[in-house]
Design a protein around this ligand. Structure first.
Ligand code: GLC
Length: 751
């Protein structure tokens, strides 16, 4: 349809048809006949709401979608939009975002999102609630697994990559967006959670977020803006408050910033039940006020509550809402459906599922894993990894034979298609060289009980019955038999993800106890870590020779881990979130402000500086850190000029930075060369360093490469207290290195 026809359609709609377009219900409300009345009644809506609903939440499967859509069109002239949490994969699951970001390859994320779109569109999805790009600096928050991590720039680049991957290069929003219909295999992207959900106080999910507007604009909003500028079709409001007002009712955020300043003209949707939750927040006295606040703030779609459905009509009658506000929201929903071509083909995209992208998933998993430690064991001459051919390998631990490698948000992942580590190892090593045992439970009964009712979710396998004593004895026996023990341990998938906040970041206590009894029998030891967040690894790092963070690596994670352990490829991942020495350090991030008493350089005596008395300030493993099988050396960076006038900078002149990297090791590797800048003195405090760019370069043994960067006005500017970009004359420190904690620094002056 063209714009005129869409407007005619809008004008022809009854009020109920219009209100329906602003309501999203789950599949239960669209059951055939009587099946629907139960869920509808439970939600408190009348049948007309479902009959006129605009979209469906989390219904997938070509047959299901076709069935619901065809029945819906029996009593509505407007097709349904199908939206789902296809966050980091559909049937084929890629590494969770915090893992995939550890590849530092946005183009890889784009390819994974593209492949995901092919699968999900074939099975009925029109919109995915992805990417989640919340800047996250507190590992206690379980949802950090869904985010690219703690750095605004890196999150922004991955945000753009995911949007382009899901949607194809066709922007779906942004001023003057073309009305070119989307490609048949495009999946509309909904960026979330707008805004700053990753800054929940105490890392506790759904908790308060409160920070200065300056800090929010400076550190937290840019990744969402990047997604909007990449043309994402929707923006989802977050559960949390922003300056005392929940995002879902926050006009500054949803209108002044998102629409007026950024020019977003796509659809906005509240997070699950967030409209009704305005009452619980204490910002609305009842559902009517909640609906009024949300629609006035600019929320187009009410996800899974009855507020819009039951309140908008009376709010219009009372003059608390205007039909223009309703029409604007409805028009945006109709335009989205029109861009998808749903009016012409309500079954758009439905097809046979493409064959699983196993090789792509395995490659992505290899690139996502981070080698944190790789020491030389007593009596050896080389680090314990890669494994030597002919070594007897014992694989021990609750993840040894687990298929639960996808993580919590892979709700549609084909779990049965996930090979286990034991299967992957057995495929590579013969009986003589390889044995495995589960060793211990993933969680004790108490720890499992802590997970709440989620523990009963059908697609999550309960713990297998285990004879602890026999398993321990078997573990010791295999540890003594083996030349090297690979421990496969980590968090249960329910210990991260939504409402997966923890106050203790160590491995589950039951696993720690078992490890302490078995490690002493291991001649050499490697720990493979599975889980959704940075963990507190001081104890583990002091007791095993090597540690590789595998995260929730997705469908092909086991094969990928074995590829790296056997040296078929070198680990290349780099952390995008700091790993603490203690949970007491959280929130913990590299781009921190120096304070007036920096521990390392303050003139005050030892005690009276910014420090803890019981723990160093520094993380155990810093942002950007990761080992490879190579040995990479850096030259000092060279600048194209060591000073520049602000006038030239504003005119577009840039500063070139060049560095040489060489692999002095015996194995090829991929190095992530990182560029950081520090503005030594500005009108507001600036971080001790900020990531400005990076290059991932492959280096064969003995190979040397020159790496070039350039920085310009946008890299040397900052957000001032007036919330505008500023740049000052003065000194800048430019550092190039392998991670945020080290590297060679050169000074540069802006005149
Ligand atoms: C959840 C999450 C959000 C998700 C939505 C729909 O509560 O906060 O990320 O997309 O509900 O399932």
């Amino acid at each position: 349809m063209n714009q005129t026809e869409l407007k005619e359609l809008l004008d022809s709609l009854s009020l109920k048809e219009k209100i329906g377009q602003l309501v999203q219900l789950d599949g239960g409300c669209f059951g055939a006949g009587e099946l629907a009345t139960g869920p509808q009644a439970k939600l408190g809506i009348e049948p007309w709401v479902a009959q006129n609903a605009g979209s469906v939440l989390n219904v997938m499967g070509a047959d299901n979608v076709r069935d619901i859509q065809s029945r819906h069109l029996g009593h509505s002239r407007i097709p349904l939009l199908f939206m789902a949490d296809v966050v980091y994969g559909y049937k084929t699951v890629y590494p969770m975002p915090l893992a995939l970001a550890s590849s530092w390859e946005p183009e890889l994320a784009q390819r994974c999102a593209q492949a995901t779109a092919r699968e999900a569109v074939a099975d009925g999805a029109h919109v995915t609630f992805s990417p989640m790009v919340d800047v996250c600096r507190d590992a206690r928050w379980g949802r950090c697994m869904e985010s690219p991590g703690e750095d605004p720039l890196l999150n922004a680049r991955f945000a753009q990559a995911y949007v382009r991957g899901f949607q194809g290069e066709t922007p779906l929003s942004g001023a003057g967006v073309s009305s070119v219909p989307l490609g048949e295999q495009s999946l509309v992207s909904c960026v979330k959670h707008f805004a700053a959900y990753g800054a929940v106080e105490a890392g506790r999910d759904y908790n308060t977020v409160d920070m200065s507007r300056w800090r929010m604009v400076s550190d937290y909003l840019s990744p969402y803006r990047a997604a909007v500028e990449a043309g994402c079709g929707l923006v989802m409001s977050s559960f949390n408050t922003v300056e005392g007002v929940p995002s879902t009712a926050n006009r500054w955020l949803m209108r002044d910033v998102l629409r007026d300043e950024w020019g977003f003209d796509g659809v906005t949707i509240a997070d699950y039940a967030a409209v009704a939750e305005l009452v619980a927040h204490g910002i609305a006295a009842n559902d009517a006020e909640a609906a009024e606040l949300a629609l006035t703030a600019g929320i187009d779609i009410d996800m899974k509550t009855s507020c819009y459905a039951n309140q908008i009509e009376s709010l219009l009658e009372e003059g608390r809402l205007s039909i223009e506000q309703v029409d604007q929201a409805v028009m945006r929903v109709l335009e989205l459906k029109n861009r998808l071509g749903l009016f012409e083909d309500p079954y758009r995209g439905l097809a046979e599922l493409p064959s699983p992208d196993r090789e792509g998933a395995r490659n992505a998993a290899r690139k996502s894993m981070v080698l944190l430690r790789n020491e030389v064991a007593a009596g050896d001459e080389a680090p314990v990894l890669p494994l030597r051919r002919g070594q007897r390998v014992a694989l021990l631990g609750p993840y040894a034979n687990s298929r639960d490698l996808n993580g919590l948000w892979a709700v549609y992942g084909d779990r049965d298609a996930v090979p286990t580590l034991a299967e992957a190892f057995s495929h590579e090593l013969g009986e003589r060289e390889f044995r495995w045992s589960e060793g211990c439970r993933m969680l004790s009964e108490d720890e499992l009980a802590d997970l709440g009712d989620f523990g009963s979710v059908s697609w999550i396998q309960g713990p297998s019955p285990l004879d602890d004593a026999a398993e321990l004895a078997r573990s010791v026996e295999l540890a003594e038999w083996a030349d090297i023990v690979v421990f496969a341990v980590g968090e249960h998938m329910l210990q991260s993800g939504e409402s997966g906040s923890r106050t203790d970041l160590r491995l589950p206590a039951s696993q720690c106890e078992w490890l302490s009894k078995v490690i002493p029998y291991a001649k050499r030891s490697v720990a493979l870590l599975f889980g959704g967040r940075p963990l507190e690894l001081c104890e583990l790092s002091g007791s095993v020779d090597a540690i590789m963070e595998c995260w929730f690596p997705g469908t092909e994670g086991a094969g990928a881990a074995v590829d790296l352990l056997l040296g078929n490829d070198s680990p290349s991942g780099r952390l995008t979130m700091s790993f603490p020495r203690s949970v007491g350090q959280e929130p913990l991030y590299y781009a921190a402000f120096a304070t007036g008493r920096p521990a390392a350089t303050s003139k005050h005596s030892g005690r009276f500086v910014s420090r803890y008395i019981d723990c160093p300030n520094e993380p155990l493993y810093p942002f950007g850190f990761g080992l490879t099988y190579g040995k990479v050396e850096y030259s000092a960076p060279g600048l194209s000029c060591d000073e520049l006038s602000i006038k030239d900078l504003i005119a577009g002149k840039r500063v070139g930075i060049a560095v040489e990297v060489a692999n002095a090791g015996k194995a090829a590797c991929e190095e992530v060369v990182q560029l950081y800048v520090r503005d030594v003195a500005a009108a507001v405090v600036r971080p001790v360093k900020e990531l400005k760019d990076w290059r991932k370069v492959r280096l064969e043994p003995g190979e040397r490469k020159r790496v070039d960067f350039s920085i310009g006005l946008e890299d040397l500017s900052y957000v001032g207290t007036d919330l505008r970009k500023s740049v000052d004359a003065g000194l800048f420190e430019i550092t190039v290195g392998p991670d945020s904690s080290c590297g060679s620094m050169v000074e540069f002056e802006l005149k």
